[in-house]
Design a binder for this molecule. Structure first.
Ligand code: R2B
Length: 304
């Protein structure tokens, strides 16, 4: 048990426990050292409570450059002292992920796809636990493809769903499939929607986000190195996804939601749509907001 907990007495005890970051692994208690290998940090070589104990918001996104730019933006927004250009990468000992801390905000990259974000999340959640962080909210700020929505729209995720539109994440553990809930924090999602209503020119909707394990065939694209279906079959699948409430497709949401939920963290996801899926062959369209009707793709971004 973290030493700080031993001092916690009285009526606030339950609230205190609720706000803590939980890990669901009894083995961690007896380990002399926990090496957060892909973050290039360790409980022996770094004072994690001192470095990270004040973290309240963790923002994760796929690209290293984008998360650096985001941390510089937050630095300016929070009017922190120092030069935002000089913010350094805490994980510079590894080139797997990057991490920037600006006041109470941590900004991390997670790469592409479930395996990549899952490794980062294991180590991030242990980091928050070792640092004795409390009352932390995690956001995934992603890019994705829209279903029946124009590029430039932001989708705040209601439910993160799998390829069959089910709100669950399947993990293979010791050869068996374990199913975990992908419930996200409704309060944070509503706050995000509320904030977006105050921003002009950024249409924002709430909807289900489908997570796939592949960018090409897995998302019904016709332009990968392999394609085992027709355009009609693709459109039929997208139509069924739309009817099940899916408004965008990406590659990380279900494991993000499942790990946040299992560890008692408030998790929320919002994705900018950089393209949509109703085009005949192309994966990408320019980011047209409002729809330009000149790129040949925007005009078919209507709901089915
Ligand atoms: C969105 O963009 C990436 C694929 O281009 C992937 O990480 C995702 O979810």
């Amino acid at each position: 048990m973290a030493p700080i907990l031993l001092n916690c007495m009285g009526n606030d005890h339950n609230e205190y426990i609720k706000q803590q970051v939980h890990v669901k692994n009894p083995n961690l208690e007896s380990m002399e050292e926990d090496v957060l290998y892909h973050l290039s940090l360790s409980t022996k070589t770094h004072n994690l409570p001192e470095m990270f104990g004040d973290i309240k918001f963790v923002c994760v996104g796929g690209s290293a450059n984008r998360m650096k730019a985001f941390s510089q933006f937050i630095h300016q927004e929070l009017k922190l002292p120092g030069n935002p250009e000089e913010i350094s990468d805490i994980c510079e000992g590894t080139d797997r992920y990057c991490m920037y801390k600006v006041g109470p905000v941590l900004s991390l990259s997670h790469g592409m796809g479930v395996p990549s974000i899952s490794i980062m999340l294991h180590e991030l959640i242990k980091l928050l636990y070792h640092a004795q962080c409390r009352d932390v909210v995690l956001f995934r700020l992603g890019t994705s493809g829209g279903v029946g929505l124009a590029p430039g729209t932001v989708v705040v995720t209601d439910k993160a769903v799998d390829y069959s539109f089910r709100p669950q994440f399947e993990q293979v553990v010791l050869g068996k499939v374990i199913t975990r809930s992908t419930e996200l924090d409704k309060g944070v999602a509503n706050e995000l929607l509320q904030c977006s209503s105050e921003l002009q020119n950024i249409p924002t909707v709430i909807g289900n986000t489908m997570c796939t394990h592949d960018f090409y065939e897995g998302q019904g694209r016709l332009d990968g190195a392999l394609c085992s279906f027709s355009n009609e079959e693709k459109l039929d699948y997208l139509k069924r996804a739309y009817e099940a409430g899916v408004r965008n497709i990406e590659m990380e949401s279900t494991v993000f939601a499942a790990m946040c939920y299992a560890c008692g963290l408030k998790g929320s996801i919002f994705n900018l749509l950089v393209h949509h899926f109703t085009s005949r062959t192309q994966s990408f369209s320019p980011l047209c907001s409002p729809p330009c009707s000149g790129c040949g793709l925007c005009d078919i971004a209507e709901p089915f």
